[in-house]
Design a protein around this ligand. Structure first.
Ligand code: SAM
Length: 285
């Protein structure tokens, strides 16, 4: 599915396996870089309230607390598994960890204006996010910032092949909705236009860009393909949620892995995994 303005509708019937913090953390260094690149562009100087929406296992949220040591930092996520890991990591209890879905969470619940709202690698799981962004921006304090990053790699072989293997699977009809739902991102210009409308007339307060990271992943012979390991922690979860029988799941993974070996060949240095991401930062007046 190409990036589209027509975000996939919410599909209450779609299933995804639970988030696995350990699997997700396997490529932590690579996944952390876009977060750091995003937060580096946040212009708000001395925020009092900082929100990380879709905070995951919390290690990146804690970097927000380090950057703004005097701020109240709130990490919000819908996954109890991810939040459990976040609470473990945050032994000092520096961050308020809140279990809530982005679709129903309201900034009013914080009983204070939000100065910085960061949402990294999460909104692709929230098909209604184009409707939600204006409500989050409206809740920002004067001078506050909204900062988001979503993957823009849904036409890359990693995701195209996932869809192709799913499409030829006997349970293709069950697999399709979950895969479509997890790809609900818009074009960069859509985010730019939305945010420019919201901050108008301060049009220089919006910064939207894309970056392609050339990830170099270790790929020892005899070990599972690293791109398969990567997507097992994220994009493949809707498939894992449907194929709960182990033999059926392993057959799917073997088929998909064979395709990945051809698309991302193992070389002396490992595997090159190009990954494009869309970033948007907006500061309100
Ligand atoms: C790919 S992880 C990103 C985690 C973290 N922001 C990072 O950059 O490492 C996506 C996170 O979004 C959370 N998530 C998915 N759908 C969500 C929703 N509707 N509301 C809140 N969190 C959601 C997941 O539980 C998961 O922790």
């Amino acid at each position: 599915m190409a990036e589209s303005e027509n975000l996939a509708p919410a599909d209450p019937g779609s299933r995804a396996s639970a988030w696995d913090p350990r699997q997700y953390a396997r490529f932590g260094d690579h996944r952390g870089r876009p977060f750091r690149d995003l937060v580096a562009q946040v212009p708000t100087a001395d925020p009092k309230v900082v929100v990380d929406l879709g905070c995951g296992a919390g290690d990146l949220t804690l970097t927000l607390a380090e950057r703004w040591p005097d701020a109240r930092v709130v990490g919000i996520d819908s996954s109890p598994e991810m939040l459990a890991r976040a609470r473990e990591t945050d032994g000092a209890g520096r961050v308020e960890w809140v279990e809530a879905a982005a679709e129903t969470w309201g900034p009013a619940s914080l009983v204070a204006p939000v100065d910085v709202l960061v949402t990294n690698a999460t909104l692709q799981w929230v098909p209604s996010h184009l409707r939600l962004i204006p409500t989050w921006v409206a809740a920002l304090a004067p001078g506050g910032s909204f900062a988001m990053q979503v993957p823009a790699n849904f036409d890359a072989p990693s995701h195209r092949l996932m869809r192709e293997v799913a499409a030829r699977h006997p349970r293709a009809e069950e697999l399709r909705p979950g895969l479509e739902r997890a790809q609900a991102v818009a074009l960069p210009e859509t985010y730019a236009a939305l945010l420019l409308d919201l901050v108008s007339p301060a049009l220089d307060a919006v910064d939207v860009w894309q970056t392609t990271y050339e990830h170099v992943l270790p790929a020892p012979e005899g070990e599972r393909h690293p791109v398969l390991e990567w997507v097992l922690g994220t994009g493949l979860r809707p498939v894992l949620g449907v194929l709960t029988d182990e033999a059926e799941r392993e057959a799917f993974l073997a088929d998909y892995a064979a395709e990945l070996e051809l698309a991302y060949p193992r070389r002396s240095f490992g595997v090159l995994f190009p990954f494009t991401r869309t970033f948007a930062v907006a500061q309100v007046g």
